[in-house]
Design a protein. Sequence first.
Length: 403
Amino acid sequence: MKQTQPIWLKGIVTLKVNGHYPERFFDFCVRHQIPVWSIKKQSDLECLGDIYLKDIKRIRQLRRKTHYKLSFVKKRGFPFFYQKLKGFKQLLVTLLIAILFFLYLTQSIWFIEIEGVSTEMRENIIATLEDYGVKKGQVKFLIDNPLEIQRKLLNDYPDILWVGIVPNGITYQLEVITKKQPPEQDNQRRTHLYAKKDGVISEMFVAKGRPLVGVNDFVRKGQLLVTGELNHIEDKDTEEDDLKESSETEAEIYATTWYESQVTIPLEGMYQTETGQTVNKYHLQIGSFQLPIWGFRSTGFEFEYVESSNHGFSIGDWTPPILFKKNTHKEIVPAKIERSEDQAIAIGLQQARQNLLRNLGQTTSIIDEKILHQTTESGKVNLHVYFTVKENIVNTIDMNQGD
């Protein structure tokens, strides 16, 4: 007789057969394609065996053709378990609603805390967060991850230097650091202006104070350019220092300065472009084990990169090691670019200009540039560039030194 593996979901019944040679009834069932297993003969007139719940009707029809008596001594499996649960339907529905309500309360945002900004800016940020979907009563699974929200805030608020976002239970905490400019009154208190680097003065705009240098003068780093002492006393033996009048200074002094820059540009480069084709795969992660729940097939992409986002939940301060993980596979196409030597030089000069202007500020302009030395080796072009620049050389601090 073929051994049958029971399936709990179908429902299993232990059948007792009474009569002479009771095992023959089970053999009769098998010949009519009714699975029977775990057959045990209790006595000469009694035998037990397991059958599926769905086969009871057919077994009763077979029994009418025999002289055996049948009885059911044990029932088990999902159908019987479900019948018992139906008696507790109201209790189970109430328990399910309570669990769902509890999960909603613990996995939603109910408080938004923002630190490091004024009250007015705090209200503006809260309104912006609501546009992002971050608001009271919102389920955390339905909003973007903190890094994406951080990127949006930095784009929408240029005055924000840094923002840290920490979802802490039912509280959404933001710590904001804004860009701070030096107070104007501190700048106005300066009574002396010094040169922050060597250069030849090309333009001067002195609004307050007495200039000590003129156009076309060569000045060195730390040299006094404008003073707030308006009285000029040539006789050093007199004791009239206390009569000198000091005032605030304000000036813009532009000078011609010089810089050197070294850049290296490869003649061959690799870059990647997205084709727009994406495939999403979802996993349930329990500890270090990942269980795929959607997206089982291969993406078929020859080259791809994967963006991952994790969504978990917490109960108070306890965070279970269970995550819902989404992997977005994006197809990319690598491409190789070859540059001529002239193209590499043009790219190198542009890169050197951008780096210089980024370090010196927006008021700086490049007057002239010259390649002092140029070499090509190992598939790379090396440039040594000399720049002549016009920039404001007034120091931003009131001391006799450069930066």
